[in-house]
Design a protein around this ligand. Structure first.
Ligand code: 0PR
Length: 355
């Protein structure tokens, strides 16, 4: 079996255009199965999966330009984002900590703020759906523990100006967290400044179970300094290991082994091919929709948003298409690896049939 177009999506992905999950790489599927009953939360008892986790973190570090990464394989972007806020809160010497993020940040930051008892301040985005730097600068103060930038937003696939956000964070002695949960596996092949190498980023979310082609659950939480994990560590007296920085206790060995297998199989060439193919598909869909008169947001990463009347959106859903909408009601198609040119052509045929 080859990667790419030749691999027909299994039934459950047949008409799925809205998801950030995708079909796992075959090697990742196999590795996950072999580690189904292991627990990386108990590394002394399950050393083979613990070693795989260290290797996976090292490879994630390569992808994001960090030579000695600290981190672990989390349940997903929600956990990685929450842990970034938690580490920053625990290291801040303020009583009433706040987090400043663009309004485009994923809703997991609302969960983090709620669970951690910190204030979430949302800055408006600019005309192109990116964080408005001046608005972020207005919201930070001496109690800001972390500034968030998104590298590949959930709704529009936009990349925030990470170096400018890093300057703002540094100005108030706050951490900078980059949410590259979705974008992290495509951005190395673009010319965006988003990585640990481009700016003084402290922490990052990068999820193997999204564009990494790993089986669910496999998120990535990465930190530049070991002190970040220290700020998260809880003592674990009765385990063979002394402390645990993760949010989960028992975790999925399948997620860890699957993530490593997909990283080994695909970084860098497989992910580059995947980026070129999925970006090409996004540009194809955007051009075809624009030619039909829809107002389309230029796809910077493999995600297409376009205005579509509600009646048409509903009719396409009734045809079985799994599509979703942004908060401002634009159609949103995520060109994940399982989305082929044929699928998009069939979708466009159904769009035409509505006319
Ligand atoms: N950060 C970003 C930028 C995200 O897009 C997401 C999820 C997260 C964090 C949270 O990641 P986890 O869901 O792994 O915790 N974005 C998708 C969304 O909300 C999640 C998703 C995935 C939704 C698959 C549907 C689906 O079928 O749209």
């Amino acid at each position: 079996m080859t990667r790419g177009e030749a691999r027909r999506p299994p039934q459950e992905f047949d008409r799925v255009l809205s998801s950030m999950c995708t079909t796992p790489h075959p090697a990742a599927r196999e590795a996950a199965q072999a580690f189904l009953a292991t627990n990386p939360g108990d590394p002394e008892t399950y050393p083979a999966v613990a070693e795989r986790e260290r290797d996976a973190v090292a490879l994630l570090g390569e992808i994001v330009g960090l030579s000695s990464p600290h981190g672990y394989i989390a349940a997903g972007g929600t956990e990685a984002n929450l842990q970034a806020v938690r580490a920053a809160r625990n290291r801040a010497d303020a009583d009433a900590v706040n987090v400043v993020a663009p309004a485009s940040a994923h809703f997991s930051f609302q969960k983090a703020a709620d669970v951690l008892g910190v204030e979430l301040r949302l800055a408006p985005t600019d005309g192109d759906h990116r964080a408005d730097v001046a608005a972020v600068a207005d919201l930070v103060d001496g109690d800001t523990a972390v500034v968030v930038g998104v590298a590949g937003t959930t709704e529009y696939g936009r990349v925030d100006p990470i170096p400018a956000l890093a300057d703002i964070a540094a100005g108030v002695d706050a951490n900078l967290h980059v949410d590259a949960a979705w974008g992290g596996f495509v951005l190395p092949f673009t010319d965006h400044d988003w990585s640990f190498a481009d700016a003084p980023v402290n922490t990052m979310a990068i999820d193997p179970h999204k564009m990494g082609q790993a089986p669910v659950p496999a998120g990535g939480f990465l930190a530049r300094d070991p002190e970040t994990l220290d700020a998260l560590a809880i003592e674990t007296p009765y385990l063979e290991s002394d402390t645990q920085p993760t949010l989960g206790g028992t975790r999925s060995g399948a997620g860890v082994a699957g993530a490593l297998a997909s990283l080994r199989a695909l970084w860098p060439d497989g992910y580059r091919e995947q980026y070129e193919r999925t970006q090409g598909n996004a540009e194809y869909l955007a051009a075809e929709l624009a030619a039909r008169g829809y107002d389309v947001v230029d796809p910077e990463l493999p995600l297409v948003a376009a205005d579509m009347p509600d009646a048409e959106f509903q009719a396409l859903r009734e045809e079985g298409w799994r599509i979703s909408r942004t908060a401002s009601d634009a159609l949103r198609v995520v060109c994940m690896p399982h989305v082929t040119r044929e699928m998009l052509a069939a979708f466009l045929d159904d769009v035409d049939a509505l006319a």
